[in-house]
Design a binder for this molecule. Structure first.
Ligand SMILES: [Zn+2]
Ligand SMILES: [Zn+2]
Length: 266
């Protein structure tokens, strides 16, 4: 399995996941041109993409959908409760719309398990994907982390997890209204760096995951160095050492992230 965050943040999210027989995107919040360019940079042609899984209807997750579908005619997958809100914003032919319920489903050789998140959208989900005994999970855009999400992600080889903001930076930001601050901080908003670290600890308590990728960093209320330092120092308080016990990488907005190749388990 290969995993790569092509873009991450409030200006657009897109993650690439590849198994032996399947290549998918999770969300498409950047332009088709940008998706093509970024995929090319990791040796993938956009025409090879088999399907797009969507998390929710916010434009930083679906902004590039319509143009991509018009060009490549690939099926989109979304939770039955969220499909309408997505296709109202980004027109997709009905024959390419595949709705799922809360249960697992398959996309070629991938088994996909969605899990519900807590966000100010009609419906927001995270995903765990298994193929050839390997497992990746992605969870962004959530104000709190339901136990069920922890359960589903448990045992992943790699987890992409939201680390949206530093609470103080957000509260001190003069360009954000109190309304917006409250929205982001609410249980239907976004995870702070500290909440991200505490969630990683909850995940580790249940089962071991070696690699985490901090994602959906705010460009105004966070930065990669701060997110890394805040998360790793919080983990250290609880005896988890980055670089020894687990590894943490950062997904960026304007640069294609590292490619993680999850080797076969023996
Ligand atoms: Zn959102
Ligand atoms: Zn978002």
């Amino acid at each position: 399995m290969r995993v790569c965050c092509l873009a991450s943040g409030s200006k657009g999210n897109c993650t690439y996941v590849e198994s032996d027989n399947c290549k998918i995107l999770i969300d498409i919040g950047i332009s088709t041109k940008e998706v093509e360019r970024r995929l090319q940079s990791i040796g993938v042609n956009a025409s090879e993409i088999d399907a797009i899984l969507l998390t929710h209807e916010h434009s930083d997750h679906i902004g590039g959908l319509k143009t991509f579908i018009n060009k490549y005619q690939r099926p989109i997958y979304a939770h039955i409760s969220g499909m309408k809100a997505i296709t109202q914003k980004q027109d997709v032919p009905p024959k390419l719309q595949i709705s799922f319920l809360d249960n697992s489903f398959t996309v070629k050789d991938m088994t996909v398990t969605p899990f519900r998140l807590s966000h100010d959208s009609v419906c927001c989900v995270g995903y765990s994907i298994t193929a050839q005994g390997k497992k990746m999970s992605i969870m962004t855009d959530t104000g709190m982390v339901p136990n069920e999400a922890i359960d589903v992600m448990s045992g992943s080889d790699i987890i992409i997890i939201e680390s949206n903001h530093n609470k103080k930076m957000l509260l001190d930001n003069p360009n954000y209204s109190m309304f917006l601050k409250k929205r982001i901080l609410s249980v239907r908003g976004h995870l702070s760096n500290e909440e991200c670290a505490l969630t990683i600890l909850r995940i580790l308590q249940k089962a071991y995951t070696a690699q985490f990728v901090l994602a959906h960093l705010s460009e105004n209320n966070n930065n990669p160095v701060l997110a890394f330092n805040e998360v790793t120092s919080k983990l250290r308080e609880y005896g988890v050492q980055e670089g020894e016990d687990i590894y943490i990488d950062i997904a960026l907005q304007h640069t294609v992230g590292n490619i993680f190749t999850i080797e076969d388990r023996i």
